[in-house]
Design a protein around this ligand. Structure first.
Ligand SMILES: C[S@@+](CC[C@H](N)C(=O)[O-])C[C@H]1O[C@@H](n2cnc3c(N)ncnc32)[C@H](O)[C@@H]1O
Length: 351
């Protein structure tokens, strides 16, 4: 391919990305992957089930085939590819909920206001919907359920826990507090692997309600507790290892600094803090991206900006923020190649 054609292709791929996203969203909402299942299905049958006329449904299916999500095995007969199978509800690695969430009108409308967020640095979501995203979700249980299901499928807690356990030696610690630990899946997975550890999931009242179920069903009630509170006010003491996973990137620097400062105040001098988040390369370049990872951290950076006013950070930015909270970054360990997260270890600055 000539350099000019290559350049044109790069721009066109970015332009047409939104059309692929909308096609994927329609397929997810029509449950096409579950309907196709293991075998091959005729467009006419799928049309009858979905109530979408065969003429138009066939056009969507062919588009999905062009995107590698299904394949036309005979005229009008479609089967899923491996990629398309990830849109089945029962696939253990299912991305169906995440696809439905990201293509939901709430986020689509928010992204239409990207330029506003770029100018103000504030979440466009708040201006569009009149309240911050988590308040909005708390008043809409169905969307909130979709959000939480999508997030836990996206981060694959069991895989994340084994990547963390492989990347970082947890021997020598006694107790973990997972700050903003959500539904407790990460902590439950870590405690299951390490029977000598005890733990606490610290989150809002609403957050720990789900964590209690996770802990009970993992049979960890004797070793794991929950604590409800506000990490801008106080993080509970008592652990020697603190996790903050996928939390700091929800907040701007001032708020992230508050959370780190509360963590530092809860830590004993010999304690450690592990931040688990994507770490942006020092310079932005197609070549510095981890191409084995499934997400582009620069796109999630902008998603944080428009939805919640947060941001992804480079190693230097994490280090500077930690320093202001009285913490020294001692190492940054990338997790598994296909997971675009790193583990940032920070210890209290006792000098
Ligand atoms: C993006 S989620 C990350 C959850 C979990 N750590 C994970 O990686 O899946 C952010 C978490 O922060 C919690 N959170 C938000 N504001 C909080 C606050 N003021 N105090 C404590 N937790 C809070 C939310 O309830 C949510 O569980």
């Amino acid at each position: 391919m000539t350099a000019e054609a290559d350049a044109r292709r790069t721009v066109m791929a970015a332009i047409f990305g939104t059309l692929a996203t909308q096609s994927l969203g329609a397929a997810a909402r029509l449950d096409l992957a579950d309907r196709i299942g293991d075998g091959e299905r005729d467009t006419d049958d799928l049309a009858e089930e979905t109530g979408v006329p065969a003429e138009q449904l066939g056009r969507l299916l062919r588009t999905l085939a062009s995107l590698g999500l299904c394949a036309e095995r005979g005229p009008g007969r479609f089967a899923l590819t491996d990629a398309g199978s990830l849109l089945r509800r029962d696939d253990p690695a299912s991305l169906l909920d995440f696809a439905r969430l990201m293509t939901h009108e709430v986020f689509q409308l928010t992204w239409l206001n990207l330029e506003e967020s770029l100018r103000t640095g504030a979440a466009a979501f708040d201006a569009e919907f009149g309240e911050p995203v988590f308040d909005y979700l708390s008043g809409r249980p169905e969307l909130a359920a979709l959000f939480h299901a999508a997030m836990s499928r996206r981060t694959r807690p069991a895989e994340m826990a084994s990547a963390i356990a492989n990347a970082y030696d947890l021997a020598g610690f006694q107790s973990i507090t997972d700050v903003g630990g959500g539904d407790g899946t990460l902590l439950a997975a870590l405690l299951t692997r390490h029977p000598y550890l005890t733990g606490t999931v610290f989150d809002t009242e609403a957050g720990i309600a789900r964590a209690q179920e996770t802990i009970a069903s993992a049979g960890l009630a004797a070793r794991c507790t929950t604590a409800a509170g506000d990490f801008f006010t106080e993080v509970p003491k008592g652990a020697d290892l603190f996790f903050v996973k996928s939390v700091l990137h929800n907040w701007d620097d001032a708020r992230a600094l508050d959370i780190l400062t509360r963590c530092r105040a809860a830590m004993p001098d010999h304690g450690k803090l592990l931040i688990v988040e994507p770490v942006l390369p020092d310079t932005a370049n197609v070549d510095t991206l981890n191409h084995a990872a499934t997400e582009n951290p620069y796109l999630t950076d902008l998603h944080m900006l428009v939805t919640i006013g947060g941001r992804e950070r480079t190693r230097a930015e994490f280090t500077a923020l930690c320093a202001r909270a009285g913490l020294t970054v001692t190492k940054v360990v990338p997790l598994a190649r296909e997971i675009d997260f790193a583990l940032i270890e920070a210890v209290p600055d006792t000098t």
